[in-house]
Write a protein that binds this ligand. Structure first.
Ligand SMILES: Cc1ncc(COP(=O)(O)O)c(C=O)c1O
Length: 445
């Protein structure tokens, strides 16, 4: 009783603190993204701190369940970042438990070079080979007409992100994967809550492939600070991912539990003595990619807000799309197709008029307190980390990367995150228009 009373007092002080020092913060900058939260996230965090469990515990289980319920998927695993989620998803597909279908060193994985680096890193780190296919503009997703040419005897998987919250052509990719018996990993880090209609049924992105991944870094659709998730409907992939996330262990006891399988001390594993404690049996060369209950507690409050966040993101995107449409002779504006509902991550534009220089436009916007971002790595094979990769034949390009290079040179994006105010979005439109006018007519107003 005394504990509950004290907790209540702490909570009411926290609410007071939130109202005084967090709510209605006025930012001079117009950020490309940011945390959107209220007292609920802070209260959950304080609640989890007072419990002081610290590692993955009841909040983590609750968050995983909430995420699975939202996505309508069987299994979710909370991890410490989106990059860890990609690593875990990819390494899951290398497990010996998958027999012939396991991805081996030297096998190929079809992907795009207009990407975030950690979609690619696990492939290279493991010793498999990314095969880069060009993208389409203005979808900025893989050009599926070029897929077939990319296949080889070594192809084992397709690993793609839904760029900027805009789903790739899931129908074609799925058919391709089924035809050639390939795994499909959906990097859903920038697209949580986007939907796609397949065979007349709407479904969330991240749930079409064998495994999906999320990032909960503050720029994303919901945040836990650092954090990410891996999800799947496949029981075996879940079992492997759980093992790899948790040190490679064979045991699947929930946090703080022992002997869930009822055979903790009576089985034979590998060449270990009979009855070796199952808690210390390792079926994989694993990691520890777990996040903490403190992060999960924030996630539990954030995920309740996700539908509203997506709505806001899409409204902001729509406003920019409508109000910049008269610049379509200068800018290639993003577009969406009928059989999908994006959950926009940002508003990505490509400058097509040679009189307008992308880098000058960005500098102008930044000078006017409007944050801008590139489409991540641009063309990843042109990044310093790839300097020696060509000589070492660490990757393959299928066809050419003409559009990818065009995007690297001419594209940039501004924010649509739910924390933006109408006045800020209006300012983005206004400044882009002014700059385009200066660029075309060569005079300033
Ligand atoms: C498509 C994509 N994948 C993976 C990541 C990595 O996520 P994290 O920053 O949580 O490691 C990001 C990060 O923004 C991303 O945009």
């Amino acid at each position: 009783m005394q504990q509950e009373k004290l907790k209540k007092e702490i909570f009411s002080k926290v609410i007071e603190y939130y109202k005084k020092f967090h709510k209605n913060k006025n930012l001079t900058k117009i950020p490309y993204a940011g945390r959107v939260y209220d007292e609920k996230e802070i209260l959950n965090l304080i609640d989890a701190s007072l419990e002081f469990w610290l590692t993955a515990g009841r909040w983590t289980l609750q968050f995983e369940k909430k995420l699975s319920d939202f996505l309508k998927i069987k299994h979710s695993l909370f991890v410490n970042s989106g990059s860890s989620a990609n690593l875990l998803a990819f390494m899951t597909l290398t497990s010996p438990l998958l027999g012939k279908r396991a991805i081996k060193k030297g096998d190929e994985v079809i992907t795009v070079a207009a990407c975030f680096p950690t979609t690619i890193s696990p492939i290279i780190q493991y010793g498999a080979k990314p095969v880069f296919v060009d993208i389409e503009i203005p979808q900025y997703n893989i050009d599926i007409t070029k897929l077939k040419k990319a296949i080889s005897k070594k192809t084992k998987a397709v690993f793609l992100a839904h760029t900027m919250g805009n789903p790739f052509d899931i129908k074609s990719i799925k058919e391709f994967c089924e035809k050639y018996n390939l795994w499909l990993i959906e990097d859903n880090c920038d697209s949580l809550g986007a939907m796609y209609k397949l065979n007349g049924k709407w479904q969330y992105t991240g749930t079409f492939g064998d495994i999906g991944t999320s990032s909960f870094y503050p720029a994303h659709h919901i945040t836990t600070g650092e954090g990410g998730a891996v999800y799947t409907n496949n029981d075996l992939l879940y079992k492997i991912a759980l093992s790899l996330r948790d040190w490679g262990r064979d045991c699947y006891c929930l946090p703080g539990r022992d002997n869930t399988c009822g055979h903790r001390f009576d089985k034979k594993y590998g060449k270990l003595p009979l009855g070796y404690d199952h808690k210390y049996v390792y079926s994989h060369f694993g990691y520890n990619l777990k996040a903490t209950d403190l992060q999960a507690a924030i996630g539990c409050a954030q995920i309740d807000k996700l539908p509203e966040f997506i709505k806001k993101r899409n409204e902001n995107w729509q406003y920019l799309r409508e109000n910049l449409s008269d610049l379509s002779d200068i800018l290639i504006l993003p577009d969406k197709e009928k059989n999908l509902k994006p959950a926009w991550f940002g508003f990505l534009m490509t400058i097509k008029n040679k009189k307008i220089k992308r880098d000058e436009m960005i500098k102008y916007l930044e000078k006017n307190q409007i944050q801008t971002r590139m489409l991540f790595a641009g063309n990843i094979v042109r990044q310093p980390c790839f300097v020696n990769a060509s000589k070492q034949k660490l990757y393959r390009i299928s066809g050419n990367l003409e559009n990818t290079d065009f995007v690297m040179n001419n594209s940039f994006w501004v924010g649509v995150y739910p924390g933006l105010k109408k006045t800020q979005i209006k300012k983005i439109v206004n400044k882009i228009k002014i700059f385009c006018r200066i660029g075309i007519h060569g005079h300033s107003k």
